[in-house]
Design a protein around this ligand. Sequence first.
Ligand code: CS2
Length: 496
Amino acid sequence: MSAARSLRPALLDHLPSEVRKPAYDRAALKPGIAHIGVGAFHRCHQAEYTDDLLAKNFDHWGLVGINIRPPLLGQTLGQQDGLYTRLIRHNDEVEARVIGSIVRVVDSQESAAPALEVLSSPDIEMVTMTVTEKGYCHIPSSGALDLDHPDIVHDLANPEAPRSVPSILARALELRMASHGRPVTLLSCDNIPTNGTILGNVVRAFAERRGNRLADWIAANVAFPSAMVDRIAPATTEADIDTVEKRFGYRDGAVVVGERFRQWVIEDRFAGRVPRWDRVGATFVDDVTPFELLKMRVLNGAQTTLCYLGVLGGFEHSFEAIADPSLATFVRRMLMEETLPTLMPVPGISPAAYVEQSLSRLTNTAIRHRNHQIATDGSQKIVQRLLNPIRDRLAKGKSIALLSVPVAGWMAYLVKASARFGRTWQVSDPFAEKIAALADRAGLDSKALADAILAIDAIFDPALAANATFRAHVIAGLDGLLSNDPMGFVRQVCAG
Ligand code: CS2
C-alpha cells in the first residue's frame, strides 16, 4: 500500500464513511493531560474517554503521550500526528473509529529529561498513567517502595536523572514547585489495589528525601486519587493492522483492538482542574474500594486463572481456555462460591450478574488475548487477584479449595519454564529467574517447591505462607498441575 494511504490528518477527509472520525477541531486542542505508558490499553481507554469529551466540546484537553519504556512512539503514533484507529471487536462485528485526543507524543526512554519537561509544564494539570503493576516499584505483598529495586537504588543516588516512575514523578513535582507551583492530579490507572495510595506513598518516599519543603508542597498541591479501569485490550498484532488495511483501505501502524465493554471509576479527589470524564461515562465516587475489589477479584481473577490453567492445558488465548467446559465450570464455581463472598456491596451492581457478564466478555473470539500475555508479571498480580481473597476467606474459616488452584497454577507455570522441564516457554516476570533457580534446586517434589516459593515474602506475607490449609492446597495443586494430566486435576477438584 502506498504511503498516500497511511493514516495522517490529511487522510481524515478520505476515510470510508463507516470509520468514525474526531468530531472536533484538533488544531484547537491544547496540552492539558499527560499520560505515561501509551500502550494498547491507554489508547483503548483513557484516550477514548478524552476523545468522547472533546466531541462534547468541553474545554480543549489535549493529551500528551509519554513513553519512558519501549516501544518508541515517534515511529508509530508520532508519524500519524497522534491519530490511530480504535477497533471494537465482538465476534464477527468490527467497529472502527479514529481517535484524535493525543496531540503530541514524547519518547523519553534514554533519559527522563523529555518526560520531565512535559510533566513539569504549567499547561499540564492532570497526569494519568498505565505503567503496569511493576512500574510502581513497590513490594507486592506490602505496598512499600522496594528499596532494593535496581532502579530505586539508582534513583536514590541520582535524583536529578531518575529512571523509575516514582522518582520521575517526584522530580517533576519538585520542578513544578520551584517554577510555577501549579497543582496537579496524578491518577494511576493500573490494576493494583488502592493504586492512588500506593502511588502517593512511593512518590512521597522520594520526595521526603528531598526535604520537608517538597513534602509539604505535595501535601497542599497534589492529589493521588485511586481508580478502577476496565476494558480488555490485548497487544496489537500484525493481523490487526492488516484488518484495518483490508477492510477500510488504509495503513495504521498504531491500531488498537478492544472489546465493547468499558468502565472507569475514579475517586473524587483532585487537585487543579479536572477533565469531566464523568460526562462521558466515567463515574466519580467517594470510595473506589468496592469497585476495584470486584474488578480485580472477578474479571482479572478469572483471566489470571484461565491463563495459567489454560497454558497448562494447551490453550493459546483466553477465549479458547474458557471454551473448554472443565475450565469454564471451574472458573465459574471459583468466582461464585469463593470469590463473591469476599466482595463489598457495590452500588448499582449485582455481583452474580457481574460474574456472568465477565465470563461472557472472555468468550469473545475476536479478542485474541494470549494466555502468555496475561501470565506476564504474575508475581505482581496474584496478590490482589487471588491471595487477598484467600486471606479474607481463611480469616473467616472458609474453604479455599478452588482459589488456591490458580495460585498453584501460577507456580506450575513458572516451574514448567525452568531447565528441569526443558524450558517449554519463555516467562516474563521480575521473579522468573529466582523461581526457576528455586525450582531447579527443589526438583520435582511439590512440597519442596511450595516451601521454596511460599518463602518469597515480597509476594506471600509470612502469615499466609505459614497457614497449614493454604500450604496443603498449594502442594496438592502443584502435584496435580505438574502431572501429565493437569486438566484431569481441574476436573477432579470441581467434582470434589
Ligand atoms: C489482564 C488485564 O494482562 C492482564 O493482566 O488481566 O490487562 C485486563 O485485560 C484488564 O485489566 C481489563 O480491564
